[in-house]
Ligand binder design. Sequence first.
Ligand SMILES: [Zn+2]
Length: 278
Amino acid sequence: MPTVTCAEVQDLIGPMLDGSVAAQTKSIFFDHIGSCGRCGRAYDLEYLAKILVQSNAPRVETPAGVRASILRALTAERLQAGVGVRARGWFTRVPAPAYAAVLGAILLAYLVFPLPPSSEDLLRHVGERDIMTQATSNLSLFQNGKLIPSMTSCSPESVYGYLLSQRVPFKVNVRPIEQCDAYSAIVNEYNGVKLAHVVYKLNKDLLYVYQVNKDETVGDDAHLSMPGAARLSLKNTGWYIDEQHPDFNVVLWEENGTICAAASTLSKDRMMAVLAVR
Ligand SMILES: [Zn+2]
């Protein structure tokens, strides 16, 4: 198998997404991003940018140019606002339909705060305290009927109301999702930390979202942990996409002081399309 460098792989991302790459090059490309977190993330961001621009701005004919202008606008905004402004702040200021701008914010943050040189340590999940490990194993338990929801409803409002009634000590997140057949909720504790779990059933697919107060994930003696790469990405963009789970797609984000870890059988593009709606 010929070897390729990260730079060569990253140059290939655009042509890959345009479908203009030969089969052999494709397999070399995917072999590389399967084992290189940095290139994997670069690919994901380009991929998401493409999906979001396509699905939310159908009139746009030149997505690359549009993205460049979003980046320029955000750079200007960022310079005006000062360097201390975090990507998450943009989410609250951009108009709701402007997912492409959200994407721009993520892309820009990756440019402004590149991850340190690829390091296995940064990607490592540490034992059972790890939020994404818990999210994926809970989804498996749920699939096998071993994790029983406390309540199930066809209304997102009643699930939200249930979670409020359980005095969950952080802002819970329940998204109304089109074509969602049922919403389920569970509240429990892990090492004395209260957790909320919301499961969306979309036809044959499940979207599970683990939720915890961000404070429980901060500091050396925190009850819950996440890989260093996730911490960095959340800090800089508000989002993290984990590449290390064979069975599920896993996305982590921060919203109103709550860390949400979603694990799903949905494809990555469908999952992001659902999660990008606020
Ligand atoms: Zn690479």
